[in-house]
Write a protein that binds this ligand. Structure first.
Ligand code: PML
Length: 264
C-alpha cells in the first residue's frame, strides 16, 4: 500500500489538503484526483502544490469510525456553549477549554491558523514542538464500503453536499480518538465558508456542531486534549501509523443538552 498526500497553499497560506491509502495500481488515479481537488478549491488557485507518495511497509490498523452524532443549533453562542458543555462532560478542566477556544478564535499561530493541531494537556500546556505547524494526523483513509455506508446515512439526512468534509473529518477524528492518551478533539475549519465543527471523543463519538463560528471568519483549527502521554510516541503514532476506517458506526441524533450527555 502507498500513502498519497496533497497540500496546496497560496502565499504560504494553506488552501487545501487531503490524503489516501491506495494500492500501487491506484496511485496515478489518486494523484489526478487530488490534483483536481487542489486546483478547484473555492479558496482559490494554489501557487504551491505538493503531492507526496510513500510506500507503507507496516501493518495497517483497521478501525471502526466514531459514531456520527448530529447536534442541532442555529446560532454561534449556543453552539460554543454546547461544545464547551460536552468537553466539560468529558472531564476536561474549564480553563483548558477556555484556552482552547481563545486559541482557535484568535488563530493559534500568531493570528494565523496552523496546518496541524495543538496538543494540550490537562494543565493547559501546549505540547506540540512547533507552534506554527502543530501536529498532523496522517496516513489515514476509509474503505469504499464504509464510505458508501456514510454516504447513504448522510443522504437520508440531507447532508450529501457536505459528504467530503464530513468523511475526511470523521476519518481523522476516528484515528485521533483511537490513540492512547487522547481525551477529546475540538475542531472547526479555518475555511471562512465552512462554519461547522465538532467535538470528538471515544466516549461520546463525533458530535457534529453547526455554527461554531460566523461565516467570513478565517480562524479555526484543531486541539487534541491529551492526558498521560509519552509525547514522542504520541506524535509518531499520529503521523506515522497507518489507519484505515473499514466500518461506519452509524448516524444518530445528539441528545438534548438538557439531558445527561455523558453516556454513563
Ligand atoms: C476542516 O475541513 O477543516 C474541518 C471540518 C470540520 C467539520 C466537518 C463536518 O462535520 O462537517
Amino acid at each position: 500500500m502507498f500513502s498519497v498526500r496533497m497540500r496546496a497553499s497560496r502565499d504560504n497560506n494553506h488552501i487545501s489538503g487531503a490524503e489516501l491509502l491506495v494500492p500501487e495500481q491506484e496511485i496515478s488515479a489518486s494523484v489526478m484526483s487530488l490534483m483536481g481537488r487542489a486546483m478547484s478549491h473555492q479558496r482559490g488557485k494554489p501557487d504551491n502544490l505538493n503531492i507526496s507518495i510513500e510506500e507503507i511497509n507496516v501493518d495497517i490498523n483497521k478501525i471502526t469510525s466514531l459514531p456520527l452524532k448530529l447536534l442541532v443549533s442555529d446560532n454561534v453562542e449556543g453552539s460554543k456553549k454546547a461544545a464547551k458543555h460536552i468537553l466539560r462532560a468529558l472531564r476536561i478542566p474549564q480553563f483548558c477549554i477556555e484556552k482552547a477556544f481563545s486559541l482557535l478564535e484568535m488563530g493559534p499561530a500568531n493570528g494565523k491558523s496552523m496546518r496541524g493541531a495543538i496538543v494540550m494537556d490537562m494543565q493547559g500546556n501546549r505540547l506540540e514542538p512547533d507552534k506554527q505547524k502543530g501536529i498532523r494526523a496522517s496516513r489515514i483513509d476509509i474503505t469504499e464500503e464504509a464510505s458508501l455506508e456514510l454516504a447513504n446515512s448522510l443522504s437520508d439526512k440531507g447532508l450529501s453536499p457536505y459528504y467530503i468534509q464530513i468523511k475526511e473529518a470523521l476519518v481523522l477524528a476516528s484515528k485521533v480518538a483511537s490513540l492512547k492518551g487522547t481525551i477529546a478533539e475540538l475542531c472547526w475549519s479555518d475555511d471562512p465558508y465552512y462554519t461547522t465543527g465538532y467535538v470528538a471523543s471515544k466516549k461520546m463519538g463525533y458530535v457534529r456542531i453547526p455554527h461554531l463560528k460566523n461565516a467570513g471568519e478565517h480562524q479555526g483549527g484543531r486541539v487534541f486534549f491529551v492526558d498521560d502521554i509519552d509525547l514522542t510516541d504520541y506524535i509518531y503514532e499520529m503521523q506515522r501509523s497507518p489507519v484505515l476506517v473499514n466500518r461506519f458506526a452509524g448516524l444518530h441524533e445528539f441528545p438534548d443538552l438538557s439531558n445527561d450527555i455523558t453516556g454513563e
